[in-house]
Every structure is written in C-alpha cells, then in structure tokens.
Design a protein around this ligand. Structure first.
Ligand code: C6P
Length: 415
C-alpha cells in the first residue's frame, strides 16, 4: 500500500501487468523503455480479447445488433478520449494509426490548404522525426520554409529569439509537449499564445505528454494535439488527432474512401462532418475499444498521481546516476520537476549500444540509439544516447537494478 493517498499503489499496479512476471536472461525483467511503448494491463488485454470474442463487427455499416454494439463501443471510446483531454466535443477526436499518422494528416490536409511560397513552419530542434519529416515534405511541395527553435545546453527550448523566429510569415508552430530524449517539459501555453499572436496555428506533439501528465485542451488552447495509444497502456495501431472543431471543419479530408463520404457521384463527392471525414476505410475499432479501457485505467489511477510518481522516480534515478561519478553524462534539465520520466545518458568510453546490450544480460530493458531525433543528437554532439524511461509500474528497485547493471557494464568495459 502507498504511504499516502496521493501516491500510486505501484505493487498493486504491477500485478495488473502480466509481462512484468517474465524472466529475461535468467533475471526478472526490469522494463525501462515505456517512452518507446508502454506495457499493457490485463484490463486492456482482456477488453481486446473480449471484444473479439463477443462483439466483433464492422462499425458504422450495419443495422444489426453486433454492428450496433461495436459502433457504440467505438464511439464510446471517442467520448472517453475527449473527456480524458477535456476536449469541447468528441467530434474533435479523430482516430488515426499513431502520432506519426496524425502529424502527416495535418501536414498534408492542413499544409496543402494553407501553406504557400515563402510561408514558414516553425518546429524545434528537439522534435521526433515524425514532427520534422512531414513538414520537410510538405514545405518542399508548397515552397514553404521549415525553421527550428534552438535548444539550450541544459536541454530547454531557447526562446531568446522567439519573436524573430515567429513572424507574419509563420503559418504553423509545431512542437513537442515533452521531449522523448531530454524529458524536457516545454512551456506549451506560452508557445501556443505566441503562435496565435502571430496569426499562426499551434500543433502540439503529445506523444510523451498525454500518457504522463494531465492535459486539458480547453486550457492549453492548442489548435491540434496528437498522441498514440500504445504509449499510454493501450494497444498499438491507434493514434489520436485532437483538433479544434472549426479547424477540422475547414480542413479538407486527407484520405478518401469508404465511410468518410456523404455522397459519391461520377463527377465528384461530398464528405461527412468531422471526425468521420478524416477516418476513411475500416478503422482499427477493436484496438480503439481497448484504448478506451486504457483511458479508464489511467483515469482511475489519476493523472496527477501518475505525474507525481514519475517526478519521484526520475528524481531518484537522477540522484543514483549522479552517484556513479565521473564519466557519466546526463542529458536534459537537472530538475525532475522540469522533465518527464525519461533519462538519456552517456558513459565515457562505452557505446550506448554496448550499454543496452550488457544491461539486457541483467534483464534490464533500455533503449539506445538516436531515438528518431537526429537533429537533437547533432545538437548534443553525440551519435546516440542510452535511455531509461519510467511509467506507472516502475519502482525505485527498478532504478537500483539499472544502477547495479550499469556498474557491471562499467567493470566489463574496464572503467
Ligand atoms: N517515440 C521513442 O522511443 P508513433 O511511433 O507514431 O507512435 O510516435 C512517434 C513519436 C512522436 N513524437 C514523440 C515525441 C515520440 O516520442 C514518438 C515516438 C518513440 O522515443 C519511438 S521512436
């Protein structure tokens, strides 16, 4: 039991995650890669299996019982998603495959309609490739220019020149809520307000935001906010695109096909209202329904408690890593309150891939690589980092196992 009602009951949470009883290379698993994808509680796994066992039928297409049940469950998950992020209406929630697809949808549907020669899109140097590459592609197509907000040595966005970076040429500002490498929690509302003051739209990549902190769309005022189910205890193959209704109304559809139309004629077609106009073809309804169970699970835990737990475990991890002494570099802001539950690091004379591999021998699962953030790697002047990340099921004992395994790796590599 937790010491205080404001704390997560992590022991009981761990009991919900079957994968945490696995043994890897002779050691109980320590899963420290939730930034890449989270593990799934039995409530989500069971919802998915039960859906296929009892309610499976295509949505929006049938007037028979099973299809009506399936449609109600799918649209019910949309309602849950809307209330989880305090959207004004469930019509502002479009289901996609993942964050990447949500950002591509925006780049193409919004970008083609709104970007012209000489216009600018502003992103940051700490973006994941999925918030850079689609903008490169659409800017090249439209003759627009992609610009970058720099990053300070401490791992914050460098907003010194922000008023010269955001100008009347800026049509969109797209930035991550929380960095998947540095953990930095960005000043979302400040950037949203600056974008709006210049007449630009604000797009927030919430892939590492929505799973870890309470988000409120009406408070944040972003025009679009995107995230992935699989990083927040839900199944793979479900992404969310939140958009303000007026913008979703204005924006043309991205993919065309079944179920997004009102009428198709030989000389053209008309489309449905949002969100359905952006959901062409059979959606991933079974996984969306299970995503609804993930939202229920997180809601039950309480996002404020989730955030507090991550601050505490990150604080512990940063202190333990610092105690390893010289030769250990920790990337990102020093204060855990300024960051999410992700710690990227380097150990002098051991390649990050070697760190990850030797940790695996101890059952400790971390990611090493460029984390799909090559411009940031160049800024940090490293080819890659080792990265440990934490979620609701991680404990200080997991951090201890990480530290022990790092000490062993150090000995192995003669440090
Ligand atoms: N980052 C990581 O290990 P998808 O793959 O579409 O669900 O999410 C893409 C994405 C977008 N933005 C941010 C900030 C992200 O962290 C990610 C995914 C994983 O860091 C996989 S590369």
């Amino acid at each position: 039991m937790p010491d205080h009602p404001s704390q997560l009951d992590v022991e009981s949470i761990r009991g919900d995650f079957p994968i945490l009883s696995r043994v890897i290379n002779g050691n109980p698993i320590v899963y420290l890669d939730s930034t890449a994808t989270s593990q799934k509680p039995k409530q989500v796994i069971d919802t998915l299996a039960d859906f296929y066992r009892t309610s499976n039928a295509n949505v929006h297409r049938g007037i028979y019982t099973l299809s009506e049940e399936s449609t109600a469950a799918y649209e019910g998950a949309r309602e849950k998603t809307a209330s989880f992020i305090n959207a004004a209406s469930s019509s502002e929630i479009v289901f996609t495959r993942n964050t990447t697809e949500s950002l591509n949808l925006l780049a193409y549907a919004w970008g083609r309609a709104n970007l012209n020669e000489g216009d600018e899109v502003l992103v940051t140097l700490m973006e994941h490739h999925s918030n850079i590459v689609p903008w490169h592609m659409i800017c090249a197509e439209r003759g627009a220019v992609l610009r970058f907000i720099p990053v300070t040595d401490e791992g914050f966005l460098d907003l010194t020149d922000i008023d010269t970076l955001i100008t009347e040429r800026t049509k969109g500002v797209s930035f991550t809520h929380i960095s998947n490498v540095l953990g930095t929690v960005n000043p979302v509302r400040e950037l949203v307000d600056k974008a709006h003051a210049a007449g630009a739209i604000a797009i927030v990549d919430g892939a590492q935001g929505a799973p870890h902190v309470a988000v409120d769309m009406r408070d944040m005022d972003a025009d679009f906010y995107v995230f992935s189910s699989h990083k927040m205890l839900g199944p793979t193959g479900v992404g969310v695109l939140y958009g303000k209704r007026a913008l979703l109304d204005e924006m043309p559809p991205f993919l065309g096909g079944g179920e997004m139309i009102m009428e198709v004629r030989e000389d053209g077609f008309t489309w449905k209202d949002p969100p359905w106009k952006f959901e062409a073809g059979t959606p991933n309804f079974a996984d969306v329904v299970a995503f609804g169970a993930a939202i229920d699970y997180l809601t039950e835990l309480g996002m404020d408690r989730v955030r507090q737990h991550e601050i505490e475990i990150t604080d512990y991890a940063l202190r333990q890593m610092r105690s390893l002494g010289e030769g250990v570099t920790l990337h990102g802001p020093p204060n855990p309150e300024d960051r999410g539950g992700v710690v990227s690091f380097a150990i002098e004379s051991i390649h990050p891939h070697d760190i990850a591999q030797t940790l695996d021998w101890e059952g400790v699962q971390i990611r090493a690589g460029h984390h799909c953030a090559q411009p940031l790697m160049r800024r940090l002047n490293v080819p890659a980092t080792a990265r440990a990340s934490f979620y609701v099921y991680n404990t200080n004992e997991d951090v201890d196992r990480l530290i022990d395994a790092l000490k062993k790796a150090g000995e192995l590599f003669g440090r």
